[in-house]
Design a protein around this ligand. Structure first.
Ligand SMILES: C[S@@+](CC[C@H](N)C(=O)[O-])C[C@H]1O[C@@H](n2cnc3c(N)ncnc32)[C@H](O)[C@@H]1O
Length: 228
């Protein structure tokens, strides 16, 4: 892992090259109509000279800056956010947690084989392990079985209920390596109420993490870096 400060991240994540690279990675994976629309919007925003960053842009930028050894993701679906990390740091080891709810919000959710194919296609060569089931159970079980493991990058984008998201955040906070990053998505999503959960995270874990957020693009993204 290369040291990568939150100030560096904040400078880099808004650069048009980052969003452009996100769109380029999107072109290398299978996308459904929802992802096609999302990626076209990013492309349009960059073409218009605007500033844009969301979860995909954040994880891609940190993967470039940090060159993570490992990545834990709760909430994978088609693997687009996973692909951002794997395409940028191809040797990264990935622990992928999902309940594979299908359909998910009206969208296909084909499962691990699909994600495995996506990552193989973009040249991922690290370990890829799936932990299927409710993350409220699978993450604590993982921690019990792997008490010494920490992750350079962790994304929480699974259960979007207040209780489920809070449970995920509290279960992974201790799994983030010093100098590593935690991402939390959909802060402003109109169907969810995750902004107070993100604020609660900052209040509860402020001694251990420094945080930034972007509430302007897509559905809002929170980024936390664990202090050394
Ligand atoms: C918003 S999608 C993830 C999108 C993905 N991170 C991306 O950016 O492409 C949410 C995923 O979380 C999963 N999920 C929902 N509740 C879950 C739970 N309790 N445990 C594990 N996964 C869950 C769903 O099956 C779905 O695949």
């Amino acid at each position: 892992m290369t040291p990568y400060t939150l100030a560096q991240f904040s400078d880099d994540v808004v650069k048009p090259e980052n969003a452009t690279e996100v769109v380029a990675i999107c072109r290398r994976i299978d996308m459904d109509a929802a992802l096609v629309g999302w990626s076209a919007n990013i492309e349009e925003r960059v073409r218009a000279g605007g500033v844009y960053w969301d979860l995909a842009c954040a994880v891609r930028q940190v993967a470039e800056g940090l060159q993570p050894r490992n990545y834990l993701e709760i909430g994978v679906r088609l693997g687009s956010s996973t692909a951002m990390v794997a395409a940028t740091a191809p040797a990264v080891d990935i622990a992928a947690f999902d309940l594979w709810i299908s359909p998910y919000a009206g969208l296909d959710n084909p499962g691990p084989d699909h994600v495995r194919r996506q990552l193989a296609r973009i040249g991922h060569r690290g370990e890829l392990r799936f932990f299927d089931g409710d993350s409220r159970l699978t993450v604590p079980r993982y921690r019990e079985e792997n008490p010494l493991v920490q992750f350079d990058m962790v994304t929480v984008d699974g259960d979007h209920s207040d209780e489920g998201a809070w449970s995920d955040l509290t279960n992974v906070a201790g799994l983030v390596a010093p100098g590593g990053y935690l991402f939390f998505d959909d802060l402003t999503h109109p169907y969810h109420t995750l902004m107070p959960i993100w604020q609660r995270f900052q209040t509860t874990y402020g001694a251990d993490f420094e945080c930034v957020e972007n509430l302007n693009d897509h559905y809002g993204t929170g980024v936390a870096r664990r202090k050394e």
